[in-house]
Design a protein around this ligand. Structure first.
Ligand SMILES: [Ca+2]
Ligand SMILES: [Ca+2]
Length: 456
């Protein structure tokens, strides 16, 4: 019986060696010595090993110290056959390096542009703050179960980096009333936005979406001529119990005065926060605008709605991106392209990878972050989400302009809102969040005072 068991051990060891022979061999050996430490020491010395330690009784770890030995062929060496014949050695097994990952924030992907996605790959430092993606992803917050509408000029739905993350049956084209959301010729904007939010990860192609396991819904609300108020309202109120987040990287022409959305669009936003997600409220994310310092997004009625979450852009140098515009309604920022050296990578038409710029990149990146947040806590209301963004976004050392403290004692910046979004902090806080009371709207009776503005 004993001989049979030893034979079985030898078979197992041999099989392991054959099946795992792609792994790098180690110079360590597990040696089962039927004896004491002194016996193990004697055997180690006799065959050119160093006794390293004893794991538990009779199981010793030897290290090969023989010079110029060939690790790979050890089991076929004369030393090995002599060691096997040693009466006190019941079995031995050369160790091989196990492929193991450290369970910190180390996440990596095989997508072709992954190495260029600096905004996901920053280490946590105070110098260049990161957005917490790697830590959130490593905990399993990838957007699974969340649906993001790409409200835009259409999406190339057959793109290899998008096709498996879309929900075809929910797609809609509000310009022609069909279910085909394909873009007009040369219209790449929506395809680029979709990639940033939800491109497929680890498929070897292009990029990794911010919420790479969320699903997207292509809602085409504009074509190469423009949109209509009905196409805008139709998209923003479409399937509000199925879609969680609507990301919007469009708006009125910049540096062109005040713009108020039509009543039907304002009604769509209000209806979304009241009725969407079965009463918890649709999440409307909005690009703050590309008018730069010469514009002010307070003038943009989509961005300054209390129902939308406006996101600006900061560059790798921690200054406001040159296109990003200031205003009091910006909630937070994400990293954006500096158009010089640090770009935002995404998906482009004809199955290609491409680069993208402007606050059009920041809204889908933020929408992705909020998808991770909703995955962490599906009960969050539209107000909870806004409060969480305020609480978790950080000023860090974002530069330029002046950080002020608002009446609630929270630091605020006209270019960055409450600071850089943090996917890890949002998902962590979301799990603990207790929920806010319902939204209350207070108004006073309109009074006609019949006085001049100059009246003291
Ligand atoms: Ca990919
Ligand atoms: Ca603007």
């Amino acid at each position: 019986m004993r001989i049979s068991m030893i034979f079985l051990y030898c078979l197992i060891s041999l099989n392991q060696y054959v099946s795992l022979n792609q792994r790098k061999p180690s110079d360590q050996f597990l040696v089962f010595v039927n004896g004491e430490r002194t016996d193990a020491l004697r055997i180690a010395n006799k065959y050119g090993f160093r006794l390293m330690y004893e794991i538990f009784p009779k199981r010793f770890v030897f290290q090969r110290i023989e010079k110029n030995h060939d690790r790979r062929n050890f089991t076929r060496t004369r030393t090995a056959s002599l060691l096997a014949r040693e009466s006190r050695v019941l079995y031995f097994q050369q160790q091989q390096y196990n492929i193991r990952v450290l369970r910190n924030s180390t996440v990596t992907f095989n997508d072709s542009k992954w190495k260029d996605m600096w905004y996901f790959n920053l280490n946590t430092t105070d110098v260049i703050p990161d957005q917490g993606f790697l830590r959130a992803w490593s905990k399993g917050y990838t957007g699974r179960g969340i649906k993001i509408a790409i409200v835009d000029n259409g999406v190339e739905i057959n793109h290899p980096d998008l096709i498996t993350n879309q929900i075809t049956e929910l797609a809609f084209n509000f310009m022609d009333g069909t279910t085909n959301p394909s873009p007009d010729s040369g219209a790449s904007h929506g395809t680029k936005c979709a990639g940033i939010a939800t491109a497929v990860a680890n498929n070897g192609h292009c990029i990794v979406g911010a919420a790479y396991e969320a699903k997207f819904v292509a809602l085409k609300m504009m074509d190469n001529i423009g949109s209509t108020s009905t196409s805008e309202a139709g998209a923003l109120s479409y399937r509000i119990n199925d879609i969680d987040i609507y990301t919007n990287s469009w708006g009125p022409v910049d540096r062109n005065g005040f713009h108020r959305p039509d009543s039907i669009v304002l009604q769509a936003l209000e209806n979304g926060i009241n009725q969407g997600r079965n009463g918890k409220g649709s999440i409307f994310v909005w690009a703050a605008g590309n008018g730069g310092p010469d514009d002010n997004c307070n003038c943009d009625g989509y961005v300054n709605s209390i129902y939308t979450i406006a996101i600006s852009g900061v560059g790798y140098d921690l200054y406001s991106a040159h296109y990003s515009e200031p205003c009091s309604v910006i909630m937070a920022c994400t990293y954006g392209s500096d158009d010089l050296e640090y770009f935002v990578e995404t998906t482009d038409l004809n199955g290609q990878c491409g680069r993208f710029t402007g606050t059009s990149t920041t809204a889908p990146m933020a929408a992705g972050i909020l998808a991770l947040t909703l995955q962490a806590n599906m009960d969050l209301t539209w107000r909870d989400i806004q409060h969480l963004v305020v609480q978790t976004s950080k000023p860090h050392n974002l530069k330029g302009g002046i950080w002020k403290t608002n009446a609630a004692g929270i630091r605020y910046h006209e270019y960055y809102g409450f600071g850089l979004m943090d996917a890890n902090a949002l998902t962590e806080e979301a799990r603990k969040w207790k929920g806010l009371p319902k939204f209350r709207k207070c108004s006073s009776i309109l009074q006609t005072v019949n006085l001049s503005l100059n009246t003291p």
